[in-house]
Ligand binder design. Structure first.
Ligand code: FES
Length: 177
C-alpha cells in the first residue's frame, strides 16, 4: 500500500502560494467582492488601504484572484488618480491645488517643496521620509494656500513657512533616529 504524502502538492514554483501568504490580509476582501461584477475598484481601494500602494505583485495577485488579466487590473488602476504605485514616505504631503489655493499661490508653494526636498510631484525622497502629492480642495479654503502632512493641516503658506515646516520635521526625525 502506498503512503505517499503530498506536502508539496503545489510545487509549480509560480509564486501563487507566496502571493496568498504575502497578501493574506486581503483574503476577507476578496471573499466578499471577488465574484461581484464591477467591484474591481473597491478591491483595489481596500488593497491600497491595507498595503499603502499597489505593487505589481499585488495587482498580479488581485488579477489571479478575480479572474481578470493583469492588463485589465493595471489599466483600471492607472486610470484613476487615487491609486499609487510606489511606497509612500513616512510623511505624505497633500498640497491643495483647488481653485482658492491656486489663486493664492499653491504653484509657488509646490515649487518651494520640490526645491527643498528635491523631488517632483508624486515622488518620495530617497530617505523615504516625504512623498509629495497634489490634491483637490481640502475643504479649508479660507486658509489657502493649504497643505496637509499626514493628519496635520498647515494654512496661509509661504515659501519660507513651508521650508520651515519641512525643516522642523527633518529635525524631529533626526532626534528620534
Ligand atoms: S481650494 Fe485649497 S482648501 Fe479649498
Amino acid at each position: 500500500m502506498s503512503h505517499e504524502t503530498h506536502e508539496h502538492e503545489h510545487g509549480c514554483g509560480c509564486g501563487c502560494q507566496d502571493g496568498q501568504k504575502q497578501f493574506e490580509e486581503l483574503t476577507p476582501v476578496l471573499d466578499n467582492y471577488a465574484d461581484i461584477p464591477g467591484s474591481l475598484i473597491t478591491i483595489l481601494q481596500k488593497a491600497q488601504e491595507l498595503y499603502g500602494f499597489l505593487s505589481v505583485e499585488l495587482m498580479r495577485y488581485i488579477a489571479i484572484e478575480t479572474h481578470n488579466s493583469i492588463a485589465k487590473v493595471y489599466g483600471v488602476a492607472t486610470f484613476y488618480t487615487q491609486f499609487r504605485f510606489e511606497p509612500v514616505g513616512k510623511y505624505l504631503i497633500m498640497l491643495c491645488q483647488g481653485t482658492a489655493c491656486h489663486v493664492n499661490g499653491s504653484e509657488m508653494i509646490e515649487e518651494a517643496v520640490m526645491d527643498y526636498l528635491e523631488i517632483k510631484e508624486g515622488e518620495t525622497t530617497a530617505d523615504g521620509l516625504f512623498t509629495l502629492n497634489n490634491v483637490a480642495c481640502l475643504g479649508c479654503c479660507s486658509l489657502s494656500p493649504v497643505m496637509m502632512i499626514n493628519d496635520d493641516t498647515y494654512g496661509q503658506l509661504t515659501k519660507d513657512k513651508v521650508k520651515h515646516i519641512l525643516a522642523e520635521i527633518k529635525e524631529t526625525e533626526k532626534t528620534i533616529s
